[in-house]
Design a protein around this ligand. Structure first.
Ligand code: 1JT
Length: 273
């Protein structure tokens, strides 16, 4: 018996060719638990060619060993989104490696740990501005630079990540909630500007997922317990479910959808009790 036939079949996508010939750039992979990485896997399985950014030398190794698992020629670029020049240089490099870009995944946020506990009232100006800069403004800056590459392809799709704490008060989410509110409204204004160029932009509002960023947050486990009790599906969500929703949003299956915030939260946000 052929050895190969006895091996477990490689994990198959339900839609192996949906994104064949398409290209995408993923910002926000830090490690294998990152939501951005789950999205990358869904897109890659559907046939998309991907490139990644990494934030700082510390993460280069991490991101490169993950990217390697997708194939031999996966470009990696450094990008600190607080530096406009780095964003410009990023898209110059992408233009060199890919002829045009069909999709950008923006899966980045930052707040100081001390701002994600206690009262929002105590938010520092510096912490507030830093959360806004990295978690909200960066989306607009990235869209502006991605624009020519997407116009090259006659259109595109951009997806960003948000959380319920940007629409309702969730204890401890604090300054990130305010940044996510700005991010969600940015999606709507950007959708209006990008629509005539056939570029769509949407946000996924993901239920709480135990990423490394989330693991150190005080009261995070409590939030996931509440999800199990209250969400209509009576469970938490998995990163792969966010990945497959991003796949839908960058594919032509969602061609009529832009400016939307799509909840992947086991239904939690519909509850009023
Ligand atoms: C950041 C962190 C952005 C954690 C995040 C986030 N968006 C969602 N989460 C998970 C989370 C965090 C809190 C929470 C509920 C969910 C950490 C690093 C910075 C960016 O509070 C109820 C605080």
């Amino acid at each position: 018996m052929n050895q190969v036939l006895e091996e477990a079949p490689a994990e198959q996508s339900l839609v192996p060719n949906l994104l064949k010939g398409k290209t995408g750039l993923v910002l926000g992979v830090a490690n294998k638990w990152s939501i951005a990485w789950a999205i990358a896997q869904s897109l890659s399985k559907a046939g998309m060619r991907l490139a990644f950014t990494y934030q700082g030398e510390r993460l280069q190794k991490n991101v490169s060993s993950l990217a390697e698992t997708l194939g031999p020629d996966v470009p990696l670029y450094p990008c600190d989104v607080t530096d406009e020049q780095q964003i410009k240089d990023l898209f110059k490099s992408v233009a060199n490696d890919f002829d045009g870009l069909d999709c950008v995944i923006h899966s980045m946020a930052f707040a100081k740990r001390e701002e994600l506990a206690g009262e929002f009232l105590n938010t520092s100006k510096e912490g507030y501005l830093m959360a806004q800069e990295i978690s909200a403004y960066s989306l607009t800056a990235v869209c502006r630079e991605a624009l020519p590459l997407m116009e090259n392809r006659g259109g595109g799709s951009i997806v960003t990540l948000t959380y319920y704490g940007g629409e309702k008060v969730v204890p401890n989410y604090n300054v990130m909630g305010v940044a996510k509110a700005a991010l969600e409204m940015s999606v709507r204004y950007l959708a209006e500007d990008l629509g005539p160029r056939n570029i769509r932009i949407n946000a996924i509002s993901a239920g709480p997922i135990k990423t490394l960023a989330a693991s150190g947050v005080s009261g995070f486990s409590n939030i996931t317990e509440v999800m199990k009790e209250k969400a209509p599906l009576r469970r938490n969500i998995e990163a792969a479910e966010v990945g497959d929703t991003a796949l839908f949003l960058v594919s032509p299956l969602s061609r009529g959808i832009t400016g939307e915030v799509l909840h992947v939260d086991a239904g939690y946000h519909i509850k009023g009790f």
